[in-house]
Design a protein around this ligand. Structure first.
Ligand code: FAD
Length: 467
């Protein structure tokens, strides 16, 4: 093995990898980041969080112009220019990925283009357009992320039978879009195309949307989405799909078993989750242990079974979220540096960017009760919040769960306008071990949406003012 010339090689430039590389460089490590695609940013910037939010924001404006503006006394008609909407989305992605490149330059991080393969704990072989090069390094950090999961019997064709990446670039609005999977990605992309004019039906194997999230809050969101015209069918399992004539024919079966039926649509979006991505990484050959679901196993320091090789983000266990990957990247690198890097897993918020949005942090009511915790629940509807009323937003509520004995906040679930922004206060409250009373006694500006958070905190003790 040659003498290491690099302190840390990061494989993958998604939010886990590129953020870890920047933190490592800040701490004085000579850092290289290997990425197989010509642009950095990973799933999140290129085909995930950012392009989906760009389309959600654009489609929300279109939908609001058509259906929401008149109530504000503004008469307008709207015509869709899908090509421009897509171009704008691509521009947002381009600006942000260029931003990562410039951050790399600022911090002296070398971006190495090509597929990285772990030879051993001190060597990464990179194969790219310019040939093969071996990087000798003191440590390796794997952040190779995830890819869309497929369903047996259903092959993607990129046009009519698609996964999330293709659904971000459809060339025209499908008349009938069938989505398999009522998780965050299915509901967000379903919302985009519904707002642009598709008839959207979501098929889900389970009896509910968004499994794992607070059941009561999820019901509120489902009702709001149904009001907008999204249709749901629960307890169904998709078995096969093929394009025949003008239709995609999807064979479905009741989840409990029974007779198969055929549903037709113009585009089928399979959004049944993501799988960890380690193809070409050489992890198993290098002796890195994986779990039964193909995720890299790590210890409390995010170190794999091979000393000196670490892993973070979607490729390890835990919620597949960009901010989780980022926090792990930072904490992992700080631990390498002898610092007390830490991730507060129970305080990681998750958001579904439909409209209304659903944002959650901490335990769901069912989880808290299952754990035998005495729970005090406070809720406050946006209908009674002055700012929401002024905005014309009527759907949803803030729900706060506190420990019945200590009043410590255990979880919070918000369905409503800008829930994604509102949840930050609650994540911070949980991180600080705050009580519902701490939230209730903090002064919130009037009239604002966060006043609904304060009122829900007051409601924990049965003393909300405005309801
Ligand atoms: C449609 C969609 C919407 C989403 N929306 C959100 C959201 O709103 N909020 C949120 O928190 N999360 C969202 N996510 C999830 C989020 O994108 C991921 O959790 C996040 O990107 C994971 O980051 P990562 O760094 O672990 O991996 P990734 O972002 O997947 O990056 C991994 C990188 O590694 C590279 N790579 C893989 N193998 C190699 C190799 N051997 N050599 C070199 N390079 C390699 C890949 O090319 C990729 O660039 C969304 C995902 C999708 C698909």
């Amino acid at each position: 093995m040659s003498e290491p010339t690099i302190d840390l090689v990061v494989i993958g430039s998604g939010p886990g990898g590129y953020v870890a590389a920047i933190r490592a460089a800040q701490l004085g490590m000579k850092t290289a980041c290997v990425e197989k695609y010509p642009v950095p940013g990973g799933t999140c910037l290129n085909v995930g969080c950012i392009p989906s939010k760009a389309l959600l924001d654009s489609s929300e404006r279109f939908d609001f112009t058509r259906h929401g503006l008149a109530a504000h006394g503004v008469r307008a008609s709207a015509e869709l220019d899908l090509a421009t909407m897509m171009k704008r989305k691509d521009g947002v992605v381009r600006d942000l990925t260029r931003g990562v490149d410039s951050l790399f330059r600022k911090h002296g991080i070398e971006r190495v283009e090509g597929t990285g393969r772990i030879v051993n704990a001190g060597e990464v072989e990179v194969t790219g357009a310019k040939g093969t090069r071996t990087l000798a390094t003191r440590r390796i950090l794997v952040g190779t992320g995830s890819k869309p999961a497929a369903l047996p019997g259903i092959a993607f064709d990129g046009r009519r039978i698609v996964h999330s990446t293709d659904a971000l670039t459809l060339p025209e609005v499908p008349k009938r879009l069938l989505v398999i999977g009522a998780g965050a990605i299915g509901l967000e992309l379903g919302s985009v195309w519904r707002r642009l004019g598709s008839e959207v039906t979501v098929f889900e194997y389970l009896e509910r949307i968004l499994p794992g999230m607070d059941a009561g809050s999820v019901k509120l969101l489902q009702r709001a989405l149904e009001k907008q015209g999204m249709k749901f069918r629960f307890g169904v399992s998709a078995k096969s799909a093929r394009v025949e004539g003008g239709d995609v024919r999807v064979e479905v079966e009741p989840a409990a078993g029974g007779e198969r039926t055929v549903e037709t649509c113009d585009v089928l979006l399979v959004a049944v989750g993501r799988r960890p991505f380690t193809d070409g990484l050489g992890a198993a050959e290098a002796g890195i242990r994986m779990d039964a679901r193909g995720r890299i196993e790590v210890d409390d320091h995010w170190q794999t079974s091979v000393p000196g090789v670490f892993a973070i983000g979607d490729v390890i266990a835990g919620p597949m979220l960009a901010h989780k990957a980022e926090e792990e990247g930072i904490a992992c690198v700080e631990r390498m540096h002898g610092m007390p890097g830490h991730v507060s897993y129970p305080c990681i918020p998750s958001v579904v960017y439909t409209w209304p949005e659903l944002a959650s942090v901490g335990a769901s009511e069912e989880d808290a009760r299952e754990q035998g915790l005495g729970v005090a629940v406070g809720t406050f509807p946006f209908l009674a919040n002055g700012r929401a009323k002024a905005m014309g937003e009527r759907d949803g509520q803030v729900k706060i769960l506190a420990d019945a004995k200590t009043d410590r906040v255990l979880g919070a679930h918000i369905v409503g306008p800008r829930a994604s922004d509102l949840i930050a206060e609650l994540a911070f409250a949980m991180e600080m071990g705050a009580s519902a009373e701490d939230l209730a006694r903090s002064v919130h500006a009037h009239p604002t949406l966060p006043e609904a958070v304060k009122e829900a905190a007051l409601a924990v003790a049965g003393r909300a003012i405005h309801i």
